[in-house]
Design a protein around this ligand. Sequence first.
Ligand code: ZN
Length: 260
Amino acid sequence: MQRYFGLFHFFLFPILIFSACSPRGSNEQISGEEVVLEAKGEDWVIDDSEFEIVEEIGPLEQSLIDAGLVDVEDVISGIFVDLKYSTTDNFFGQDVYGDLMRCYLQPEVAEMLKKAHEKLQEEHPELTFLVYDGVRPLSVQQILWDNLDKPDSVKPLYVADPKVGGLHNYGVAVDLTLAKAETGEALDMGTPYDYFGYPAYPDREAQMLREGKITKEQVANREILRKVMKHGGFSGIGSEWWHFNAYSRKDAAEKFGLVK
Ligand SMILES: [Zn+2]
């Protein structure tokens, strides 16, 4: 709604000026669907479809665009994005992304994700991706590091050290799950996003199944995600079912700079 408003003002303002100057007084009817302006006996209808939506871009998002990153929703249609670090529903309980609501990745990585999504659509047309995180600028990584209430020695178990940088800081890692294409409702993967513990570990699934901590259905859902991500060229990690890397750290460092 906020994004729509700027443009709405842009169009509405001259209409109101015109109307105020009109000796016949105001005759405009404004609805959510269209703006109708009666002027000198003629009806002018400006349909919403003619409105180009103007995006409000904050300084953090602009810095990502300037660094050559792309909005994944511009590359892949039909996916959902819910940046958990732009809400308080995350491990830190803080919104550290502010007005950044869109997910950015290196262009090559967004193309790989597109390939994975095409495979998903081919095999499970009722499903899509729900993306939780993509690039994480170093400035944000520093905030996470500083606010993590753990001794420095164990902090790397939870977040990458901003002095070193993690693959999210290069824009080559993505956190995501599967969701129903129609509603965006996430599939049950056995744990929430950013759950720290063995039930979230892909490399502990056999043990977690034996212990009844996760179910076969949850593992089957993870396997669909892993299969299509692998098809796109990503590799998973042993401790987070939602995290996928497009490049190794060495390749990422050679190919891309850390995103400040
Ligand atoms: Zn991740």
